[in-house]
Write a protein that binds this ligand. Structure first.
Ligand SMILES: [Zn+2]
Ligand SMILES: [Zn+2]
Length: 206
């Protein structure tokens, strides 16, 4: 069984649907890396995006399952560094949306749970338990209370690659809301942070 999850930014302008979500079709994980923490700080949303250890709750899914139903024109994109991930957010209220690679060729979107709307227990059931925690060495706060178990970062990435290969073979790389189907270019030109801005965000994430 799969679920269609309602998505939306805090102010309600950007809305969408994540179709066909189930524990088998997505990679539900949490990421403690400094870049994910820096993104939440860039948005001014660290308090409601990050958990007590600086973790971001996210689920990686096929871009073909993501559809925007309103507010596409408000979607903004940034990169922490010139070669960093594309980090998508709602420019209206600075709600994080997703991370992607810089081109559409490796088709996945790392949806940030903050962008999910609707009852939390519906999303909990659709996503299943967190499969693993990425980059726990970058976690903040009291390490002794970090969640235990789950796949290590390398196996999380391996599971993602298996899913991505399947999605690529299915042609999902041509069905992403974030990239033009004909050119593979992002729909919005990403803003790249200046080195000083990025260093300042990282400093605050330690
Ligand atoms: Zn908004
Ligand atoms: Zn991360």
């Amino acid at each position: 069984m799969t679920t269609d999850l309602d998505l939306g930014c805090t102010c309600g302008r950007v809305r969408g649907i994540a179709r066909g979500v189930s524990p088998r079709t997505v990679n539900h994980c949490a990421c403690y890396c400094l870049d994910c923490q820096s993104f939440a700080r860039f948005l001014g949303r660290a308090d409601d995006v990050l958990d007590e250890h600086g973790g971001t709750d996210l689920f990686q899914m096929s871009p073909a399952g993501l559809e925007f139903t309103a507010g596409l024109e408000a979607i903004a994109c940034m990169r922490l560094t010139p070669k960093g991930l594309l980090r998508w957010y709602a420019g209206c209220c600075r709600t994080p949306i997703a991370n992607t690679l810089a081109s559409s060729g490796m088709p996945f979107v790392g949806m940030i749970r903050t962008f999910a709307r609707g009852p939390a227990d519906t999303a909990d059931a659709a996503l299943g338990p967190v499969r693993g925690y990425g980059y726990p060495k970058s976690a903040s706060g009291d390490r002794s209370t970090l969640p235990e178990g789950g796949l290590p970062t390398a196996l999380l990435l391996a599971r993602l690659m298996t899913l991505v290969l399947r999605w690529r073979l299915r042609g999902d790389h041509r069905r992403s809301s974030f990239f033009h189907a004909d050119t593979g270019r992002p729909i919005v030109e990403p803003q790249v942070l200046r080195t000083e801005e990025w260093e300042e965000l990282r400093r605050r994430s330690r």
